[in-house]
Design a binder for this molecule. Structure first.
Ligand SMILES: Cc1cc2nc3c(=O)[nH]c(=O)nc-3n(C[C@H](O)[C@H](O)[C@H](O)COP(=O)(O)O)c2cc1C
Ligand code: SF4
Ligand code: SF4
Length: 661
């Protein structure tokens, strides 16, 4: 028996066309209907093989998520296969998704028969021969690149969960990521997949499912934090000939990659969450709205949907339960506003993705005017574990009002970038320093940008703030979908505000004037702050710089209060949080014409230190605008009015004689 869609013996009659309603239970616990010892051994041994617990050949498992592939996992796989041939060793080479530790990809696991699975990091093709020789021929731990074991700690290797990056995490949503093969429905079943759906569809009424989700306290992970149970209940109560379910995998926030990684690494989990939601609200058609820029996620999802259909786990009359569900993928063109639920619905309907006023809310009149529930990828991924552990148990994790865990995409100036899952209430400091390993290159921590363009920058004195919906709102940021960008002392907060405003301004759909025009005016004000007003420039601009700053707060309030959708309503947040926590930096730019982070080029001054300058003349020759003067062998000078701040001189001076401030 190679997989679960084969019959164990002639007594087993399950086929997708004539399904046995106990199929899932049979795969995960069976056989059920007959007590044939041979079948029991066969099914249980298949489960063990799929979980890599029972095997005769060595198994090599390569992390092939987008991060792994970007770090060269494809080439590593080729090198491994070639080396295996050279060594004349037979081994099974499998792939998995991302375990979250993106900073140390490519990650390769080795599982020898009867031993623990061991993870190695930063495996590049060059070291593959030495690596394979050590682990397969000498049968030793390759200590140079060891990450940890997935089993017992011993003197050669510690358990992977004892590494600081994993130690402080609690994996519920990501528990399968980087562990299972995302292309294999059999593996998902072997790890207990679809058990939650099985329980729901056979033993629970839709109202009971909704109650369990409500008890769990699960709130939408798409940013707003609306109670999921309540949303489902509202949809359940609607009467309609057709209801729809949508999975929001648009993930437009810059700095966010949680949903992509989850879909690539564990697509069946999201599908199972959707199946439970569809059963609870009474939907028979579902869509996954995923941006076309996520080709790997789309490929994995489509493969997972196809496999579910083949196994009779999706489609009409699923496993003879009377419940039907069809899932289609809708590719989005990657517009940030299409993540907004009403715009997303318009986009699926084939119209331009533009928000519309609510009410009516999608649960009342959504896709093609029918009751529709939209939930985020991570929200759905939380559902199967809630059913399995029970709402009450889930509600014990997290804080009073924010239950469970939150997945963050940790990036920026932090040592351990990647995907982290922490219980709600974990402090920002713990994420940055304990999990993230702190700031690289001996630099100082400056801020955390959380919540994407709708969020804000949190300064050092608030680093002990717990991550939950309320605490973050209180300090002027937002949970958002989970972008977590760490910034060091070399980050200019005016520049950060400019970046987010530029993004927002470009992504505004243009439907309402305050968002379309207001964000443009706001960006102009921010852009004027770091500009230099040399003799060539319009002097009026200098006046406009001060005038703009005076009107900034009022402009922000108007945009917030009068925009139709969340994009406009949160557009001023990056600027407002910047002004709230980094006012001195804004004032320094405005009045002193200085950017102490050294980012705003036009405000920089380049000078040559006479003591250090040897008069070699390299900078003079490299300067494209003849802004440097000096005699050979004597100190050189930079003419500030000619200097275009390109930094060529600094790059080329071998005596570190040029100061920038
Ligand atoms: C401009 C804008 C972009 C959004 N982008 C996303 C997104 O990419 N993914 C997402 O799940 N929710 C996004 N949302 C929130 C959704 O509109 C919606 O609230 C969410 O999908 C509901 O799911 P949840 O209750 O599970 O959070 C966005 C909202 C706005 C205003
Ligand atoms: S707030 Fe902006 S993005 Fe939203 S509808 Fe209005 S113009 Fe479009
Ligand atoms: S390159 Fe450096 S040392 Fe040489 S002239 Fe320029 S500033 Fe002086």
């Amino acid at each position: 028996m190679k997989n679960f869609d084969q019959l164990c013996c002639e007594k087993c009659w399950h086929t997708p066309q004539n399904p046995c309603e106990h199929f899932i239970q049979c795969c995960t616990e069976g056989p059920l209907c007959h007590s044939d010892e041979k079948c029991r051994i066969e099914i249980s041994s298949l489960r063990k093989r799929l979980r890599y617990e029972e095997h005769e050949l060595p198994i090599i498992i390569i992390g092939m998520g987008t991060c792994g592939l970007a770090s060269g996992a494809g080439k590593v796989k080729e090198a491994i296969q070639e080396e295996l041939k050279k060594l004349n060793i037979e081994a099974i080479v499998e792939s998995t998704g991302c375990i979250g530790y993106c900073a140390v990809e490519p990650i390769v696991d080795v599982k020898l028969p009867g031993e623990d699975r061991v993870s190695y990091c930063e495996i590049i093709p060059k070291i593959v021969p030495k690596f394979l020789h050590t682990v397969l021929v000498e049968k030793k731990i390759f200590k140079e690149k060891l990450l940890g074991t997935h089993g017992k700690t011993n003197h050669d290797a510690r358990n992977i969960n004892e590494i600081p990056f994993f130690e402080f995490q609690r994996k519920i949503v990501l528990s399968n990521c980087g562990v299972i093969n995302p292309d294999s429905i059999d593996t998902y079943l072997a790890y207990g997949g679809f058990k939650a759906f099985d329980r729901v569809v056979r033993l629970m009424k839709p109202e009971e499912v909704i109650k369990e989700i409500s008890i769990s306290g699960l709130r939408g992970r798409g940013g707003g934090g609306f109670p999921t149970g309540k949303k489902w209940e509202l949809a359940h109560k609607q009467t309609a000939d057709q209801k729809y379910l949508i999975c929001n995998a648009d993930e437009g926030d810059p700095g966010a990659f949680m949903d992509r990684s989850l879909l690539e690494s564990d697509p069946f989990r999201v599908i199972e969450g959707m199946m439970i939601a569809a059963y609870a609200i009474g939907a028979s058609q579902a869509y996954i709205y995923c941006r076309a820029e996520y080709p790997l996620a789309i490929e994995k999802l489509q493969n997972a949907i196809n496999l579910c259909e083949r196994y009779g786990i999706l489609g009409n009359n699923i496993l003879n339960t009377g419940f039907s569900l069809h899932i289609k993928i809708k590719k989005g063109a990657g517009a940030f506003v299409c993540g907004e639920e009403t715009a997303l619905i318009a986009s699926i309907e084939g119209k331009r993705g533009m928000p519309r006023p609510r009410p009516p809310y999608p649960v009342q009149a959504g896709l093609w005017g029918k009751p529709t529930v939209i939930n985020n990828v991570e929200t759905f991924a939380n559902v199967p574990p809630i059913i399995m552990m029970g709402g009450q148990e889930f509600a014990k994790i997290g804080t009073d009002k924010s239950k469970g865990t939150k997945v963050f995409a940790l990036s920026g100036n932090v040592k351990n970038t990647g995907l982290v899952e922490v219980p709600m209430g974990t402090t920002l400091a713990d994420v940055v320093f304990k999990i993230g390993g702190g700031i690289p290159n001996g630099k100082e921590f400056k801020a955390v940008q959380i919540g994407g363009p709708s969020g804000g920058c949190i300064p050092e004195h608030l680093i002990d703030t717990p991550v939950d919906y309320e605490s973050l709102k209180e300090i002027g940021a937002m949970m958002g979908s989970g972008g977590f960008v760490v910034m060091d002392e070399d980050t200019c907060m005016v520049d950060v505000a400019k970046y987010f405003l530029t993004f927002i301004q470009q992504e505004s759909c243009g439907k309402c004037v305050p968002c379309r025009e207001g964000t443009k005016r706001m960006l102009e004000i921010i852009e004027r702050i770091p500009q230099r007003y040399s003799s060539g420039k319009d002097k009026n601009e200098q006046l406009l710089r001060f005038k703009g700053m005076i009107h900034l707060q009022r402009l922000a309030d108007v945009i917030k209060d009068t925009s139709l959708c969340g994009l406009g309503q949160s557009a001023p947040n990056p600027v407002l949080s910047g002004l709230r926590y980094f006012r001195e930096e804004y004032e320094e730019h405005l009045y002193d014409r200085r950017c102490s982070a050294g980012v705003c080029k036009e405000l920089l001054t380049f000078t040559i230190d006479n003591e250090k300058c040897t008069g070699c003349g390299i900078c003079l020759r490299k300067c494209s605008v003849e802004a440097i003067v000096g005699e050979k062998g004597q100190a050189h000078y930079i003419l500030d009015e000619k200097c275009i701040k390109c930094g060529m001189c600094v790059e080329n001076c071998r005596f570190e004689a040029i100061n920038v401030n």
